[in-house]
Design a protein around this ligand. Structure first.
Ligand code: PLP
Length: 249
């Protein structure tokens, strides 16, 4: 196999090439049309920042696998860890039994999480499931039913996460009714949050505020410096939980 080097992107012909086109046709026959593919890249392999398609065209991957391969594709240490683990044990049901690596990871995450209080960790299968869990925990813990989120937000594709999202009509159309008692303020705008609290979302009925520290799908928007501290203050004043969705940021 010809090695992939960091600095050799190459386009060998019109895109997509014939092999990729054949896979696209097979994909269209059997895969759900609900996936939102943005361009016809059929990936064969990748290394570091370089991606190779089925026709051996090579591209620099500026998305880091949608922000999940920040050490590069197939980093040798990541590959070695996966190989080591798969020799030892492939599947472990952490919801039913105990397992040392799960505890170690939870300890590490608890150490990294900000704030002086001790932390506990709940592992989920996806970002949407984490948001669902946060919404359930917030309602149960506070005994309140309302949640506040932001226009432009994206929190996932399940009902709670979809109801908290405020991004595109397409993501909601045809799926009503959504989860009730969820309100949306303008991202980055504390006045808009206060307006909701004064009118249809009183703070003593509010369980949690869900916010992306930097909005992703909304357009990579960094809020003004006073926005997140302002939300923290509102939450502290009124016993509201602050849920930071860092799935993308
Ligand atoms: C900010 C944010 N939250 C939640 C999600 C949902 O994550 P998942 O696709 O793993 O369910 C996404 C996915 O793009 C996201 O960008």
């Amino acid at each position: 196999m010809v090695p992939l080097y960091r600095d050799d992107p190459r386009i060998l012909g019109p895109l997509p090439g014939p092999r990729s086109a054949a896979w696209l046709e097979r994909d269209h026959r059997v895969m759900s049309p609900s996936y939102t593919r943005v361009y016809p890249l059929v990936v064969r392999r990748a290394r570091g920042a370089m991606i190779e398609d089925m026709d051996r065209n090579r591209f620099l991957d500026f998305t880091a696998g949608i922000a999940v391969t920040n050490v590069g594709h197939s980093h040798p240490r990541v590959v070695a860890a996966i190989e080591r683990q798969s020799r030892r044990l492939v599947h472990m049901s952490g919801t039913d039994f105990y397992y040392a690596p799960q505890v170690r990871l939870a300890e590490q995450l608890a150490r990294l999480a900000p704030g002086p209080d001790p932390k506990r960790v709940f592992f989920t299968n996806s970002g949407a499931e984490a948001i669902e869990a946060a919404l359930k925990l917030a309602r149960r813990h506070t005994g309140r039913n309302r949640a506040l989120a932001f226009l432009g937000a994206f929190h996932g594709r399940t009902y709670g996460a979809m109801s908290l999202s405020g991004s595109k009509p397409m993501q909601r159309r045809g799926f009503a009714p959504l989860v009730p008692e969820i309100h949306h303020a303008r991202f980055g705008d504390l006045d808009s949050v206060h307006a909701l609290l004064r009118t249809i979302c009183p703070a003593d009925e509010l369980a949690a505020i869900f916010v992306e520290p930097i909005q992703g799908e909304g357009g990579y928007i960094v809020p003004p410096d006073d926005f997140l501290p302002g939300l923290r203050q509102i939450c502290d004043e009124h016993g509201v939980l602050l849920v930071l969705d860092e799935v993308q940021s």
